[in-house]
Design a protein around this ligand. Structure first.
Ligand SMILES: [Mn+2]
Length: 319
C-alpha cells in the first residue's frame, strides 16, 4: 500500500509534515510520529500546524520542538505529507502554498477523502491515521522508538474514543498491543489526556449545557457554544472538544448535534451518533463529511435558522 510513498521517502531529503486545523490527538500524534520516523532514518522533517498544540497534547514526545506555526518561505521540501486531512483545504490558510509543494502525499482514514495529492494511502477501514502510519513503518521495516510508539498509541486511543467507537476492531488492538510492546504506556498516556481537564473547559461545558435541547422524544440532543460563552470563560476552541460525545452519552440519545459559533453567522455543526445511524450522510448534504458515527459541516446563517435546518434533516432521517 505504501511502496510508492516509500520510494519518495527514500529519494528525498527534506520533508514537511502537516495536518488539519482544530488539531486532535490523531493529527498531532501522527505528525510527530512521522516526523520522528523520518528523522530516525536520517531525513530532515518538521511539522507545520496553523493552530497551537492543545494543552492536553503537549506531553507528546516532540511536541515542544518539532512543531512550527509559520511556514518558512525559503525552505525547500522534497515532499509534503498531509495527514488525517479529508481535503487539502483543511490544512488552513496555508493550504494554497502547501498545495504548491510537489509531490503531496495524502495519508488518511476519512471515508470522505477525495484522494487529493500526487500519492495517497487512504483506508476508511483504519481506525486512525496513526494506525496507517504504523502499517507504513512495518512495511518499510522502520524501528519504532518508545517516543514514536507513544505518539502512535495516542493517535489510535483518541480517534477510537479510548477503543470504544465502531472503528475499533481486532486490528486496532493488535497495533495498540505492538505499540505497548515498543514502550507506549497506556495508563500514563490516558492520565495525560483524560485526567488533565482545564478548568475553562468545565466552565464552558456548564454554560453550553444551559442550551441543551432534545427532539424526537429524546433521541436527538443538541447544544450550542457561542463566541460569547467562549469569551466569558476565556476558553479556546480546543476546550469545546468532545462536547458532542458528551451529550451523545445521555441515555436514549441516538444522535447528538453540537453547534459552535465560529464567526458572525457561521456555525460548525458536529454530529455524533450511536449504532447504525449515519451522520456522515447528513453532514455530506450540507457540504461536510466524516464517518458514520462522527461527522461535521459548516453552515452560514443565524443560529435559529442553522439549528432548524439541521434538526429537520436529522428528524426526517430518523423516521
Ligand atoms: Mn483521524
Amino acid at each position: 500500500m505504501f511502496s510508492k510513498i516509500l520510494e519518495i521517502v527514500d529519494a528525498g531529503k527534506s520533508f514537511l509534515v502537516t495536518s488539519h486545523v482544530r488539531l486532535d490527538g490523531d493529527a498531532i500524534g501522527s505528525e510527530l510520529a512521522l516526523c520522528l520516523l523520518l528523522r530516525a532514518i536520517g531525513k530532515e522533517a518538521t511539522v507545520y500546524n496553523q493552530d497551537p498544540t492543545p494543552e492536553s497534547y503537549l506531553f507528546l514526545p516532540g511536541a515542544g520542538d518539532l512543531i512550527f506555526h509559520r511556514l518558512d518561505a525559503d525552505a525547500y521540501y522534497d515532499a509534503v505529507f498531509a495527514l488525517d486531512c479529508s481535503e487539502l483545504e483543511r490544512i488552513g490558510d496555508e493550504s494554497v502554498r502547501i498545495g504548491g509543494i510537489s509531490p503531496i502525499i495524502n495519508i488518511d482514514h476519512h471515508i470522505s477523502n477525495r484522494t487529493f495529492g500526487d500519492y495517497y494511502a487512504v483506508d476508511p477501514g483504519a481506525s486512525s491515521t496513526g494506525e496507517l502510519l504504523f502499517r507504513m513503518a512495518e512495511e518499510a521495516g522502520w524501528e519504532l522508538s518508545p517516543e514514536i510508539a507513544t505518539n502512535l498509541y495516542t493517535a489510535i486511543l483518541t480517534d477510537t474514543g479510548s477503543f470504544r467507537y465502531s472503528n475499533t476492531g481486532a486490528g486496532t488492538f493488535s497495533v495498540a498491543g505492538a505499540l505497548v510492546e515498543r514502550g507506549a504506556d497506556p495508563a500514563w498516556i490516558a492520565e495525560q489526556i483524560y485526567d488533565s481537564v482545564p478548568a475553562q473547559k468545565v466552565k464552558l461545558l456548564h454554560r453550553a449545557l444551559g442550551t441543551i435541547g432534545f427532539a424526537s422524544g429524546g433521541r436527538i440532543c443538541s447544544v450550542l457554544v457561542s463566541r460569547r460563552m467562549m469569551e466569558e470563560v476565556q476558553a479556546r476552541p480546543e476546550h469545546a472538544e468532545n462536547f458532542a460525545e458528551f451529550i451523545r452519552s445521555i441515555s436514549g440519545v441516538e444522535v447528538s448535534i453540537f453547534f459552535t459559533e465560529i464567526s458572525d453567522r457561521q456555525y460548525k455543526v458536529s454530529f455524533r451518533s450511536k449504532g447504525s445511524f449515519d451522520v456522515e450522510e447528513i453532514a455530506g448534504r450540507f457540504g461536510g463529511g466524516g464517518h458514520r458515527n462522527a461527522a461535521a459541516c459548516r453552515l452560514p446563517g443565524a443560529y435559529e435558522e442553522v439549528r432548524h435546518a439541521v434538526m429537520a434533516a436529522v428528524q426526517a432521517k430518523m423516521k
